[in-house]
Write a protein that binds this ligand. Structure first.
Ligand code: 3H9
Length: 647
């Protein structure tokens, strides 16, 4: 054995698995665990076993890297059965997370104990599969069907306290190893509970399943519904039959496009925060952050940084604006209190670390300053002139611009090597994406500081090069242009939106613009025109000129009744655009989605060719985390790759 070690504590064998970084269940782990059961059963001195893991977590699940390869024996369901069938009872001692196959192994054990900070769960649907080693069959027998449906269809892990109440674990402990050994010893003196597979399970009425189906359904995402089918099957059939059904579904999904897409995102998300080009480069420490501008964006950035434990200095023009900015940050924490995520006391502590001022001199000690003022080059340059004057020579200076050229903003800055673009998305305390935009002058450790900040803020940092709109907004522009092109070819606006919802977006391109307002992009185009750029008139321009800026003006691409956000196809829009529509194209929903996703991918290709993005994965992460692209489709680059390989 190389991954498992055994230590004896009297009649209890403590089996420790050490397979860094997360004790994923690889072929070798399955093999060693399977053999360990026999070894301990054969040892007359051992009466019970404790399974515990070294490192940061209990078993994190099946080794996802093996999913693309043919399954090799012993299969995980057999390992779980083998542990459950052991002559000596096993106790799973859980810290970190017991996820997927890791929790399935824990369910094969006769008991489960966990420290308070642990989580248990079955996240398989987030990888496009269903549990494949009895998660849909043992969980309802262990903790009831409601808990099982919640755990399996949401994929969300449950904290130990809640899991204890739900019956997923048997005890919460503090000193994991010694308490688990004591638990095992005590268990030997009492009657053992039935193995989970032998516990009774009653079928549920039709209503229950219909209700669960409604809750689990997400457009285009098949795994949650297949998981639900498997849970239902388990309540209506015997254990062995249910296991065979679960395995068949698991293997079927394992090879699906959806599973491949979700694996692609899983690994991309883990690679993005630590780019290999920055290996060995120390980021600058960031404890105090200055934020210039207390509007929605500035306050969101301040809230996010404060949440990560940084001290904040918020700079505004006058006292009134300072008060408004601080109130905006306060509202963010109020929201967290309302949702039960923060206590009143903690809220006060958060706000105590946010200082407002009109005086730039307050930034003399800041490690990082992020500018989030009006998108006007003169205003921004004036801010950086002040920062160049007052900040420490090693402070990192960042702009949150979305459309301006960061090089132009940095012009005149005494030391441009400490300047960088940090493009947050609104609301900045919620949205995961952070585009990091170095200029040719940015020092490597300043770039590394951007990534370190992204990690500290629990965001998805992606490096972007300089061009109009960087990665995300540039693709958005192309996406909208293609959607407008379809309208000019005679495809109904509502059909386009419905197609993109059917593909998995929460909203289609036109309803999303009505919500956000058509005027923002319009003003940008007008600005470019005023500078003499050749920007052709868009359909959106026609609507804005007619006063249709979206929901806020009672109409945009659609009409809205007073106080009602339901979009209604608009005769006025049809009349306004009549001159520009010259076809009557009939496209199916999937054909429409194919056109629009294809356009996004084509822009992505151009972005790659120009070196604006470092990899196709980065583009996919931008779309998934910043623009609502369904993660189970893998992002536009992945989706286009699949489509091309199918042709
Ligand atoms: C399953 O179990 C199916 C079964 O039902 C049936 C089978 C028959 N495999 O996230 P981190 C790597 S499906 C391989 O940054 P953290 C990850 O790529 C599985 N590798 O750590 C990264 O590598 P690198 C169900 C994995 O501390 C490194 O570990 N389980 C796996 O922030 C660190 O990862 C899941 O979906 C894996 N399963 O968080 C759990 N997991 O350093 C997925 C991680 O080279 N994992 N890696 O970039 C997690 O949620 C988190 O990793 C965890 C730790 C919460 C455990």
């Amino acid at each position: 054995m190389t991954l498992l070690t055994v230590r004896r504590d009297g009649e209890i064998a403590v089996v420790t698995l050490d397979n860094p970084p997360v004790n994923a269940i690889s072929e070798a782990v399955r093999k060693e665990l399977f053999e360990m059961v026999g070894q301990l059963d054969a040892d007359p001195e051992v009466r019970a076993a404790v399974l515990i893991c070294a490192g940061r977590t209990f078993l994190a699940g099946a080794d996802v890297r093996e999913f693309g390869k043919p399954p090799v024996e012993p299969h995980l369901p057999d390992v779980v059965d083998r542990i459950e069938g052991a002559e000596k009872p096993w106790v799973a001692a859980i810290h970190g997370a017991a996820l997927g196959g890791g929790f399935e192994i824990a369910m094969g054990c006769r008991f489960r104990v966990a420290v308070e900070s642990a989580r248990v769960g079955l996240p398989e649907v987030t990888l496009g599969v269903i549990p494949g080693a009895s998660g849909t069959v043992r969980t309802p027998r262990l903790a009831g069907i409601e808990t099982a449906v919640d755990l399996v269809t949401s994929g969300r892990p449950m904290p130990a306290g809640k899991a204890l109440k739900a019956g997923l674990i048997d005890a919460a402990v503090s000193d994991l190893e010694s308490d688990a050994v004591a638990f095992a010893r005590a268990a030997l003196n009492a009657e053992l509970p039935l193995p989970v597979s032998q516990r009774p399970l009653a079928p549920m009425p039709e209503d229950f399943w219909q209700d669960a189906r409604k809750r689990a359904a997400t457009a285009g995402h098949q795994a949650p519904l297949r998981a639900l089918d498997s849970l239902r099957f388990a309540t209506e059939h015997g254990f062995a039959e249910a296991m065979a059904h679960e395995r068949e579904t698991f293997l079927d999904l394992r090879g699906s496009d959806e599973a491949a897409a979700l694996r692609h995102i899983f690994f991309a998300e883990r690679a993005a925060p630590k780019p290999s080009a920055l290996k060995g480069i120390e980021p600058r420490p960031v404890r105090t952050v200055g934020v210039i501008g207390g509007g929605t964006m500035g306050a969101g950035i301040a809230g996010a940084c404060r949440e990560a434990g940084m001290e904040i200095i918020l700079i505004e023009r006058d006292d009134e604006a300072v008060a408004r900015g601080l109130a905006n940050v306060g509202k963010i924490f109020d929201g967290a209190v309302k949702r039960g995520k923060l206590s009143e006391e903690d809220r006060a502590g958060r706000m105590a670390g946010v200082r407002g001022s009109t005086d730039y001199a307050e930034l003399a000690d800041a490690d990082l300053v992020i500018e989030a003022v009006f998108e006007e080059i003169g205003v921004k340059r004036a801010v950086f002139a002040e920062l160049g004057r007052v900040c420490r020579a090693d402070a990192v200076l960042a702009t949150n611009t979305s459309y301006l050229d960061p090089r132009a903003i940095a012009e005149g800055l005494p030391d441009p090597s400490r300047f960088i673009g940090l493009h947050f998305f609104s609301p900045a305390h919620i949205m995961k994406l952070l585009e990091i935009v170095p200029t040719p002058d940015t020092a490597p450790d300043v770039l590394a500081t951007g990534f370190a900040l992204g990690r500290a803020l629990n965001k998805m940092p992606v490096q972007a090069g300089i061009c109009e709109g960087f990665i995300g907004n540039r693709i958005l522009k192309r996406y909208r242009a293609e959607a407008e092109a379809l309208v000019t070819q005679g495809v109904a606006i509502a059909e386009i939106d419905a197609a993109m919802r059917g593909y998995g977006f929460r909203m289609g391109p036109f309803e999303a613009q009505d919500l956000g307002g058509l005027d923002i992009a319009f003003l940008q185009r007008e600005g470019a025109r005023a500078e003499g750029q050749d920007v052709p008139e868009t359909l959106g321009d026609i609507l804005v000129r007619a006063g249709r800026k979206g929901q806020k003006t009672g109409g945009g691409w659609y009409d809205y009744a007073e106080g009602d956000r339901t979009p209604k196809p608009s005769a006025s829009v049809a009349a306004l655009l009549a001159d520009r529509v010259s076809g009557s194209a009939a496209l199916s929903g999937p054909q429409i989605a194919d056109r629009l996703v294809g356009a996004m991918a084509a822009e992505g290709e151009a972005i790659l060719r120009e070196g604006i993005a470092q990899s196709p994965q980065d583009i996919d992460l931008v779309e998934v985390h910043g623009y609502g692209f369904p993660r189970w489709k893998g992002g536009p680059m992945f989706a286009a790759g699949l489509r091309d390989s199918a042709r």
